[in-house]
Design a binder for this molecule. Structure first.
Ligand SMILES: [Cu+2]
Length: 121
């Protein structure tokens, strides 16, 4: 009986170490300011800030439903570069091994508003 309790305690402690964080990001597009007298479009992945813990198994579902076309998801500090085609969904997974605040953006369009990944210690 004692070994059985130890076994379950061991399983519980392992499951508490790393959790899976599943987060869905949706591409959003709206009218932006005039640029050189012409209307512009602002694009962003929402939510613009996502928070996870160091060591978590992170699964990001990226949904691109904007009419302007394909967009990218770029998280350079974790070597993630993904193109999400118009009307499609992509899933990326990674395990953050460092804490801090990291930039995420579209690598295909420099004017795309970037967001941030917050990794807690
Ligand atoms: Cu883009």
């Amino acid at each position: 009986m004692k070994s059985m309790v130890c076994f379950f305690a061991l399983i519980l402690s392992f499951s508490a170490l790393a959790e899976t964080r599943s987060i869905t990001l949706v591409n959003y597009e709206t009218e932006g300011p005039l640029v050189d007298g012409r209307p512009s479009t602002v694009k962003q992945w929402l939510p613009g800030t996502i928070v996870v813990k160091k060591g978590d198994d992170v699964e990001l579902t990226l949904i691109n439903n904007v009419p302007s076309g394909d967009h990218g998801f770029f998280l350079p500090d974790f070597q993630i570069t993904k193109v999400v085609k118009k009307g499609k969904k992509e899933v990326v997974t990674f395990k953050p091994t460092k804490d801090g605040i990291f930039q995420m953006k579209c690598h295909m369009h420099p004017a795309h508003i970037g967001g941030q990944l917050v990794v807690l210690p």
